[in-house]
Design a protein around this ligand. Sequence first.
Ligand SMILES: *Cc1c(COP(=O)(O)O)cnc(C)c1O
Length: 430
Amino acid sequence: MEDSATNGHGVVTAVPASWNFEPNETLLGLPALSVRGVLTRVMAGMLPDGGRAVVRLGSGDPTAFPCFRTVPEAVDAVASAVQSGQYNSYSTSVGLELARRSIAQYLSCDLPYKLSPDDVYLTSGCTQAIEILCSALARPGANILLPRPGFMFYEARAIFNGMEARYFNLLPGNGWEVDIDGVQALADKNTVAMVIVNPGNPCGNVYSYEHLAKVAETARKLGIFVIADEVYAHLTFGERKFVPMGVFGAVAPVLTLGSISKRWMVPGWRLGWIVTNDPNGVFQRTKVVHSIKSYLDISSDPATFVQGAIPKLVENTKEEFFEKTIEILKRCVDICCEKLKGINAITCPSKPEGSMFVMVKLDLSCLEGIKDDMDFCCRLAKEELVVVLPGCAVGYKDWLRITFAIDPSSLEEGLDRLKSFCLRYRKPTK
Ligand SMILES: *Cc1c(COP(=O)(O)O)cnc(C)c1O
């Protein structure tokens, strides 16, 4: 059956009685699994207020604040790459040789062996690196082990590719270390890999050498490899220094993911990488590298001029820039944990030593009229113009993830408003 209708230009077109399109239900269910999707819901009821600025402690992008501006050398590197006229062409699938060489050298400084440019695959930020791995590793029946709480983008990409996501716990009383027994209990012959995020999002954990060694031994025993999300590499401000998982590449093969987004404060430049840390050549034998390369042939590449800028960006950035960032983050985390101590209904089990986030527990039993973490965050946004991420967005209901990487005075303001909010909803004690 066909109807007739005009198409708005007065032209009569044939319209079928029904259309063949049906929505992909998997895709429609994904907003609950993305930080952006959840924050959109949190902010939906927020109205502009002439007097007060919105304090955004929800997502991790501090680049709007002058104290987190990138280093001029990085800007110069991109400008001169554009001006040279040498980077107007398409890239190769794996990325430009000069940029891969530079990343290989940069990362080799922290490893007991040398990476070659062929170990490096350039991607459009760490986000695309995750997307590529979750596509390249998915085969019917495969499963992947993910941390809880975690960065839900892994789950969203795994599910979208038909891969099963299984969860092991991070232990809040133990600096958010991996529950190793839990990992062993979850794995079977269809498990392809386990993911760790270090320094951690959302927990701010920094893992010790000994703990990473245990993770590597466990992966070896299970015959799976480790995906190490090190997008916050070197953003540490506690006792522990950052140790790359690649140090243990000879124990169990490691796919290291990273980008310039966080350390250089340029998430909009979209340059990241997948690196094979595998001195024993396991990824060759098991055709993991072939899968990655095949996938790269059918996906898009990071902008060629940003790739062209990488050698200068890496070489010319001085240590002082990184030190300054760490100094501010340290100040922020101190302010954050100090202020949180004075808020009823909120407890912080573990002070962050890295990244930009802290996970805190919400005690709903001392608040009146608040249903759950989502309700808490929606009311907080509406009433105090403070945006915080509900734990449900990181797989941890009735907790909150707070971003402390913002300018210190806004951070103080935001946490003061959080405190008066909690006081207002405090359940009267008899
Ligand atoms: C920010 C972030 C990413 C994405 O990094 P981009 O380089 O900006 O794409 C990946 N993993 C984690 C844990 C992150 O926090």
